[in-house]
Design a protein around this ligand. Structure first.
Ligand code: SF4
Length: 181
C-alpha cells in the first residue's frame, strides 16, 4: 500500500512513519504547510524535515508553494474555528496529490499531536477523502507522542514552540494588557 503522509514537520513525523512502516505501508512524506509563519520558520521546519527524512530514508515530496495569502484569506473569512480551513487547505491538497500520483491512500502526522484538534482533523479528512475519491487512513498516533518527542530530541531535530500560524504565534507570546505603551 503506497501511503502519502502529509507531514507538518520532522518531529511529528517520527512516530507515524515508524508505525506505518511497521504496519507494512510504503510511506512517502508530503510537505505542504502554507499556514506556517513567518517564512523563516517555514524554511526552518522544512529543513528539519529534510534532515529527519535523510536519517530514516524517507522519500519526500515538497510543495514549496508558500500560499500564505490563500491561508490567511481562508482563516480570516471563516466564521468559526480557523483551524478547520487550515486543516482543509493542507489535507485537500494532499488528497489530490495522492489521487493524481497513484497512491492508495493518504494520512497526516497532525494525528500524532495531543495539541491538535484531533476530531476536527479526522472529520475534515474523511469528508475530503469522500469528495476527492481517495481513502483517508485514520490512525490515532497520539499513543506515540511521547516516544516521538524523545526520539526527535535524540536525533537533534529542531522542535518548534508554537503550532505554526501567525495567530498561534500571537497566542503564545502576546499577553493582553502587558504590551509596552
Ligand atoms: S493554530 Fe495551528 S491548526 Fe490552527 S490555524 Fe493555526 S496553524 Fe492551523
Amino acid at each position: 500500500m503506497r501511503l502519502l503522509l502529509h507531514t507538518c514537520c520532522g518531529p511529528c513525523s517520527v512516530y507515524p512513519v515508524k508505525q506505518l512502516r511497521e504496519s507494512g505501508y510504503d510511506v512517502t512524506g508530503y510537505f505542504f504547510n502554507p499556514n506556517i509563519h513567518p517564512y523563516r520558520e517555514f524554511k526552518h521546519r522544512l529543513e528539519t524535515l529534510h534532515e529527519y527524512a535523510a536519517q530514516v530514508k524517507l522519500e519526500l515530496v515538497t510543495d514549496s508553494n508558500y500560499a500564505l495569502e490563500d491561508f490567511l484569506l481562508r482563516a480570516l473569512s471563516f466564521k468559526g474555528d480557523r483551524c478547520r480551513p487550515c486543516y482543509e487547505q493542507r489535507l485537500r491538497q494532499t488528497a489530490r496529490y495522492a489521487r493524481n500520483n497513484a497512491f492508495s491512500c493518504f494520512s497526516t502526522t497532525l494525528l500524532v499531536s495531543p495539541y491538535q484538534k484531533h476530531e476536527l482533523i479526522k472529520e475534515a479528512a474523511s469528508i475530503i477523502a469522500e469528495e476527492e475519491g481517495i481513502p483517508f487512513e485514520y490512525i490515532d498516533f497520539r499513543v506515540g507522542w511521547q516516544e516521538g518527542v524523545t526520539v526527535s530530541k535524540e536525533m537533534g531535530l529542531y522542535r518548534q514552540p508554537y503550532c505554526g500560524c501567525i495567530f498561534s504565534e500571537k497566542e503564545r507570546y502576546y499577553k493582553a494588557g502587558r504590551g509596552r505603551s
